[in-house]
Design a protein around this ligand. Structure first.
Ligand SMILES: Nc1ncnc2c1ncn2[C@@H]1O[C@H](COP(=O)(O)OP(=O)(O)OP(=O)(O)O)[C@@H](O)[C@H]1O
Length: 253
């Protein structure tokens, strides 16, 4: 049997004396699109930061394709095939869209930005960058300064940067935050397209996005997963309704 793309076993995280993540077990299969939802302060961002190596876990295990992530730095986890979004802060506003993607392609090859000139004309990088631009629908904005893109386009670029390294597990933290309905639809389509054949873990507040995108959903409440299931079952679960979804779905309308 192949190992899950991501596996959490009894994961806890305490800040000082307060336990924020309280024994999370989760298995996400390769190719699955998985959403983590829950009320404010439930610990979603903390869990995200534990998986990506930004925070150390207090106890438990996290495995990526069977490999234990304990003690690994975020860049090492990235090289093991997991890439996360950093919202728009990862974008170089004064570089073009194309240059942003090409930079992102350089990182996993071990080049720093100081080598930029050396690789300026490397054809495989140029081709790779063009391919990603196509996937994120920004070919027409190739030579635009990233800082001049619309908000939704910047988020699309951010997703392009996230997938550029070739990671097969993609983690997105609230990819549609602050978007209008039409921008949200645009980004959801794009996420669906670029995560085809990859594993997606998404933390998201917009229930329309979650139910439209996820194969399975985990509901985190006070640092514990109270349900992991397909969207219909999660929606039907009385426990989830009571703890979270009733109010979250009402907030949608
Ligand atoms: N570095 C930290 N030190 C101490 N407490 C923290 C730290 N980071 C988060 N917390 C606390 O952990 C709890 C969970 O926070 P977290 O941001 O993970 O929740 P969340 O589910 O992502 O919330 P939201 O939906 O509002 O983004 C909160 O009570 C928060 O105050």
């Amino acid at each position: 049997m192949t190992a899950p793309a991501l596996e959490l076993e009894g994961v806890t995280k305490s800040f000082g004396r307060i336990e924020i993540i309280r024994g999370v077990d989760l298995r996400i299969a390769a190719g699955e699109r998985h959403a983590i939802i829950g009320p404010n302060g439930a610990g979603k961002s903390t869990l995200f930061n534990l998986i990506t190596g930004r925070f150390d876990i207090t106890s438990g295990r996290i495995r990526l394709h069977g490999a234990d992530l304990r003690g690994k730095a975020p860049y090492q986890i990235n090289r093991m095939g997991l890439s996360r979004s950093f919202q728009i802060t990862n974008i170089f506003a004064k570089m073009t869209v194309f240059e942003n993607i090409r930079c992102a392609l350089l990182w996993p090859q071990g080049y720093g930005y100081s080598f930029w000139n050396l690789v300026h004309n490397q054809p495989s990088l140029t081709e790779g960058a063009e391919e990603i631009l196509e996937q994120i629908n920004l070919t027409g904005r190739r030579d635009t300064m990233a800082g001049l893109l619309s908000y939704a386009e910047q988020r699309a670029l951010e997703i392009g940067i996230t997938i550029a390294g070739g990671a097969d597990v993609i983690m997105l933290d609230e990819p549609t935050a602050g978007m209008s309905h039409s921008e949200t639809d645009y980004i959801v389509d794009l996420i669906r397209k670029v995560t085809e054949g990859r594993t997606l873990v998404v933390v998201e507040h917009d229930m329309g996005v979650v139910f439209g995108l996820a194969d399975r959903i985990s509901v985190l409440v006070y640092g514990e997963i109270i349900a992991t299931d397909v969207p219909e079952e999660v929606r039907r679960s009385p426990r989830v309704q009571e703890a979270y979804l009733g109010t979250a779905l009402e907030a949608e309308h």
